[in-house]
Write a protein that binds this ligand. Structure first.
Ligand SMILES: Cc1ncc(COP(=O)(O)O)c(C=O)c1O
Length: 420
């Protein structure tokens, strides 16, 4: 007997197909746009100069000569690729040096370098958690966290984004599940740019006997005086059991890391399948990341962290003054506002987000579009992000483009959501 169900049917009938077809016809698809040069504050993209407010190159280090030299030297010393897993034949002294520097930066006993950040999350969560455990996640956590949880087959208990009362309620339930509990949150949430209230999360995790892991992807090289992330900013590094970060944002490269207690790191080194059964990063990626880590850990790092946050404040204020609804910086109980590099403009409707994106793109400005499932349904955002290397003149030019695009968009499609 043969089946009448074709596994390819989902590729031919999926729900976004019609939407994509219509968007393609109008040249409105904001994804897979082609860069023709390095990711710098201003880029060449599809034959035109465009201001780049849609990258994660927060410190601007992809254009730094020392980082380029780190990549070049690694390329010449180790060749173009390592052609195998770190486990068998792909570990170099660059990996070990990078792991030593990263552990020192985080202030942890150990660190393990993965080929991507996605693999770091999947490789850590899929190994540390098992079917008898419970994992408690914020509903805004990155997809790679969810993928790791699914791989582990632990019981998944999400709580409503950044709601401490919901976390407590979830932990109460998790306590009667009968296994170990791990709480996992992003330090800075990738789309909204808001920050997890880590002191409260750490206190609750401790109270319920749960371990805590923080994904510092968008916080490493940005927050805290050492740039060691949200855990450092909040002064809770000693209460966070595992820290994750990627090299694909402030570190201007590609790769990922898990940092934590030596015995847990060693366990991952010999047991994590997404670590063991994939090829090592190419040497140039490791050389670039190592050079970027060293810049971050030098006095210059502090200047870069201050500069990128100053640019974020500048862009936030400018967009707010133009009447856009900009996601507000996280306000702590003591009134402090935490600005991050991610400055999102709320649009709401998917099509409106695409039209506004196109109006900006055609005027020479590139930003990211976040649609469901990256954000809640009807919560479309234009996600802008800054670099330490943007100057105010370039940000002013971007704001003028925003003002002009808003005028023509609203004349045609009606008012955008206004200042909250
Ligand atoms: C919060 C967060 N975690 C993990 C990742 C995965 O990192 P990578 O892109 O290095 O695989 C990302 C990347 O987008 C992210 O934003």
């Amino acid at each position: 007997m043969s089946t009448s169900i074709d596994v390819f049917a989902k590729a031919r009938e999926h729900e976004r197909l019609e939407q994509l077809r219509a968007a393609r016809e109008l040249d409105l698809v904001p994804y897979f746009r082609v860069l023709e040069g390095p990711t710098l504050p201003v880029v060449e993209m599809e034959g035109k100069r465009r201001i780049m407010l849609g990258s994660n190159n927060y410190l601007g280090l992809t254009g730094d000569e020392r980082v380029a030299r780190g990549a070049e030297e690694a390329l010449h010393r180790y060749g173009t690729g390592l052609t195998g897993s770190r486990f068998l034949n792909g570990t170099t002294d660059l990996h070990l040096e990078l792991e030593r520097e990263l552990a020192e930066w985080f202030g942890t006993e150990g660190a393990l370098v993965f080929t991507t950040g996605h693999q770091a999350n999947v490789g850590a969560l899929g190994t540390i958690l098992g079917p008898g455990d419970t994992v408690v996640v914020d509903s805004g956590d990155h997809a790679s966290i969810l993928d790791g949880c699914i791989l582990s087959r632990a019981k998944l208990r999400p709580f409503r984004h950044n709601r401490i009362d919901r976390l407590e309620h979830t932990l109460e339930k998790a306590a009667s599940d009968g296994g170990g509990i791990l709480v996992v949150v992003d330090g800075v949430f990738s789309m909204e740019g808001d920050v997890a209230p880590l002191p409260e999360i750490a206190e609750l995790s401790h109270r319920y006997g749960a371990r805590l892991m923080v994904d510092e992807a968008h916080a490493l090289g940005v927050l805290g005086s050492r740039g060691a992330g949200a855990s450092e900013l909040f002064g809770v590094e000693d209460q966070v059991d595992l820290r994750m970060a990627t090299f694909s944002k402030s570190l201007a490269s590609c790769g990922g890391v898990i940092a934590g207690p030596a015995d847990v790191i060693e366990f991952l080194r010999v047991s994590s399948r997404p670590f063991m059964f994939t090829a090592s990063a190419v040497p140039a990626a490791l050389g670039a990341a190592l050079a970027a880590v060293r810049i971050c850990r030098s006095d210059e790092g502090r200047e870069l962290f201050a500069r990128v946050l100053d640019n974020a404040r500048y862009l936030h204020r400018g967009l707010d003054e133009l009447g856009f609804q900009v996601v507000k910086p996280t306000r702590l109980a003591d009134g402090t506002e935490i600005v991050t590099t991610v400055v999102p403009v709320v649009v709401g409707d998917d099509w409106k987000a695409a039209f506004l994106w196109k109006a900006l793109y055609d005027r020479g400005l590139y930003v990211n579009v976040a649609l469901h499932p990256a954000v809640p349904p009807a919560g479309a955002l234009l996600r802008t992000s800054v670099m330490a290397t943007h100057d105010h003149d370039t940000l002013d030019e971007a704001l003028e483009i925003f003002a002009d695009a808003k005028r023509s968009f609203e004349a045609e499609h009606g008012a955008l959501p206004g200042r909250a």
